[in-house]
Design a protein around this ligand. Structure first.
Ligand SMILES: *Cc1c(COP(=O)(O)O)cnc(C)c1O
Length: 441
């Protein structure tokens, strides 16, 4: 195999996007507004000011196609590894003996280990600009907490992180990383909040969930002076921030003159999928490309393939507004699978609407199959993927094998949303044969 220009497509400093892309401008239907659960009326921007900075609220409700990225944020993006390479998985292709070409976007190269820093940085920045001093948040696998802890250190804010109990126990190193960046970390459900105490009373052995941790983070935000809450996925403004990924991918594909047949990302709350796919989906809506967008979710939390499209709370306690989304129900207790970042009962309203409108093909995969795919990828490409990202790898491998059967030279591009170097306990359990589909803890 000789080196060719599409083996690794690099961008320069100047190619870091200057704007975020907002799919609300191009979707043929308006994204349904969040509702106030007491009145069932659309939430007023002022109602969100108790938990979000004004800039994030404006972005949340915006229908402008492009929104400027502040220079300080682009600066931080640069420092934290943007632009990221687009790489060809030649050894995986060879191993599968497929005529398909497989490319992947290297969001695993961020110092926080995942794409999440793309939104943590602007969120911390907007809070800092508006004079906020403290931030609260939740984290599932620990990836979002890590990214926000890094961002809060960068802009000199304090940060409290409610970490889902099962991850807190499975991933002690994640907690230490957040603490190294100066954040305070609590296992959720915790005794720090009224909701946590109440929940623990009834369920003392609870492994926790993102929904519970969100409730605790919001309660703390509301009760603590000069504090805002920060969300790592689901919200429109988070999807927006992540579009730096997809805009870079489009420049990279243009450089090598390639139009993808498939773009694939895993989905928890939807942010890496949205960030990776939405810029190209805008082109598809305009009829300029015919790419298929595949959202890979876990079989044990199948919001897109097994949930209902309706209004539901974003958290377990019912403290958030109601969001129109594919949901398993806000009191759904996901099984403790190792892809902790995918254990969320709902799905971003933008990703949900795009799915309802058939711009997204959702697929659900078993934990055992995604670990097997992760190990194939590690052996061929040398990178140990996050268990979440392994869902996208599984989908990419399936598509590559389909292409082999049909003898078609398809182009498959997937998002490697994070690395799995802090998930080795999960890999260990898989390798030792201790893992089942539902038994992850
Ligand atoms: C959090 C996380 C996810 C899932 O969240 P999305 O908002 O759906 O992107 C996927 N991959 C990694 C590596 C994560 O950290």
């Amino acid at each position: 195999m000789s080196i060719s220009k599409d083996d690794k497509v690099m961008l320069t400093v100047d190619d870091i996007p200057t704007k975020w892309y907002n799919i609300a401008a191009d979707l043929p239907e308006p994204v349904p507004s969040p509702l106030n659960p007491r009145t069932n009326q659309p939430v007023e921007p002022q109602e969100l000011e108790a938990i979000f900075p004004k800039a994030a609220i404006a972005q949340e409700l915006s229908v402008e196609r492009y929104i400027d990225i502040p220079e300080e944020v682009r600066d931080a993006y640069l420092m934290l590894g943007r632009p990221t390479p687009l790489q060809r998985a030649k050894r995986l292709e060879k191993f599968l003996n497929t005529p398909a070409k497989i490319y992947f976007k290297r969001e695993d190269l961020s110092p926080a280990g995942s794409h999440k820093v793309n939104s943590a940085i602007p969120q911390a920045y907007f809070n800092m600009k508006e004079g906020v001093e403290n931030i609260t948040t939740e984290t599932g696998a620990g990836q979002w907490g890590t990214a926000l802890a890094l961002a809060c250190a960068h802009f000199d804010l304090t940060c409290k992180v409610f970490m889902v109990r099962v991850s807190y126990d499975q991933k002690p190193l994640r907690r230490l990383i957040m603490e190294t960046y100066g954040s305070k970390v609590y296992a959720s459900p915790s005794k720090e909040t009224a909701f946590g105490r109440q929940f623990l009373e009834k369920n003392p052995d609870s492994s926790g969930s993102l929904g519970i941790a969100i409730s605790e983070a919001i309660e703390t935000c509301v009760n603590q002076p000069n504090t805002k809450y920060s969300l790592g996925s689901v919200a429109n403004h988070v999807m927006l921030h992540q579009t730096v990924i997809g805009q870079e991918v489009m420049q990279q594909l243009e450089q090598i003159d390639v139009v993808p047949d498939y773009m694939i990302a895993c989905v928890g709350g939807g942010s890496n999928f949205a960030g990776f796919c939405f810029p190209m989906m805008g082109k598809k809506i305009q009829g300029k490309v015919d790419t298929e967008f595949i959202a890979a979710e876990p079989r044990s939390v199948p919001s897109l393939t097994g949930g209902e499209y309706r209004y539901d709370f974003g958290d377990t306690a019912g403290m958030t507004p109601l969001f129109k989304m594919y949901t398993m129900g806000h009191d759904f207790m996901p099984s403790p699978i190792h892809a902790g970042g995918l254990r969320y009962h709902g799905m971003a309203p933008t990703v949900s609407l795009a799915t309802k409108l058939k711009y997204v093909t959702p697929m659900a995969y078993d934990q055992m199959d995604t670990f097997a795919s992760a190990i194939t990828f590690a052996k061929t490409e040398g990178i140990i993927p996050a268990p979440e990202s392994s869902h996208a790898i599984k989908a990419a491998i399936d598509k590559a094998l389909e292409a082999k059967k049909a003898n078609e030279e398809k182009v498959i591009v997937f998002n490697l949303s994070g690395h799995g170097l802090l998930d080795m306990a999960g890999y260990g359990r898989y390798l030792n044969g201790e893992l089942g589909e539902r038994n992850g803890a």
